[in-house]
Design a protein around this ligand. Structure first.
Ligand code: ATP
Ligand code: NMN
Length: 235
């Protein structure tokens, strides 16, 4: 293993063959229990398919990403760190946040590809884990230029976790084959994962209305939100 990796490596496991690293890129404003559940579901899915999960990363988006409710990355990174503290395999990577500008996701995945290849000295598998809402947005070239999606899939597989209902595999296969010919083998549906309706928007709205978000976010994140008085205004 190479020790000059730019990503945190403390929790990475030795690759005994068929290793895979899972990555979730998102706003995390704030991180919720749904983000953690998404990653555990993807972890189980990989395990049941004979992969060895080497580790996983949360990669919070840059502050200049134009999205309602995005608070400063200082807070988003800290809350993500608190959330993964007792995970044996999840880590937080600040590469996206620390760049001078927003990086499209394919660049973030190319960063992980370079770092993992150099750390393991070999090509390990990489999966971009996302919810079904993000999966559907991949087919909108106004949001995701097609070459961004192709470059993303050149670096990583796609693990799609349903958000409201299970996805129809035939439909997904057909959609991918039609829009992204040659990439069908790179898209996997993590069906039968527990569905979770928690979103960061729901957390922000609940706080703004004076409600409690206990059990929507990890306890440590809940305490952090209260301590710093976050999300009381809609900005
Ligand atoms: N409840 C959920 N079920 C499945 N996937 C989820 C869920 N919440 C978030 N994700 C996925 O996690 C990734 C990062 O999401 P993000 O940080 O943008 O959270 P979000 O809850 O969608 O945010 P917001 O409510 O601010 O739009 C995306 O791929 C998203 O689909
Ligand atoms: N073209 C792109 O690379 C592209 C487009 C939309 C969202 N994303 C990424 O998806 C993640 C989630 O963003 P949204 O919450 O806006 O769906 C973020 O990490 C963002 O950078 C990337």
């Amino acid at each position: 293993m190479n020790t000059t990796c730019l990503c945190p490596t403390r929790k990475l496991r030795e690759n005994n063959g068929n290793g895979i690293v899972l990555v979730n890129c998102g706003s995390f404003s704030p991180i919720t229990l749904a983000h953690l559940l998404l990653m555990e579901s993807a972890h189980n899915f990989a395990l049941y398919r004979g992969f060895q999960v080497l580790g996983g990363y949360l990669s919070p988006v840059h502050d200049s990403y134009r999205k309602t409710g995005l608070i400063h990355s200082r807070h988003r990174l800290e809350m993500c760190q608190l959330a993964v503290e007792d995970s044996s395999w999840l880590m937080v990577d600040s590469w996206e946040c620390s760049r001078s500008e927003y990086s499209p996701t394919f660049l973030a995945m190319e960063h992980f590809r370079r770092q993992m290849d150099s750390f393991y000295g070999d090509r390990v598998q990489l999966a971009f884990v996302c919810g079904s809402d993000l999966y559907h947005s991949l087919f909108d070239p106004e949001i995701w230029p097609k070459e961004h999606v192709e470059r993303l899939l050149d670096s990583a597989s796609l693990f799609v976790v349903p958000r409201t209902e299970d996805l129809n595999k035939c439909k997904v296969d057909k959609q991918v084959a039609g829009y992204l010919p040659g990439y069908q083998d790179k898209v996997f549906i993590v069906n039968q994962a527990p569905l979770c309706q928690i979103s960061s928007t729901l957390v922000r709205d609940t706080i703004r209305k004076g409600g409690s978000v206990k059990y929507m976010v990890p306890d440590s994140v809940h305490r952090y939100i209260i301590r710093h008085g976050l999300f009381h205004s809609s900005k």
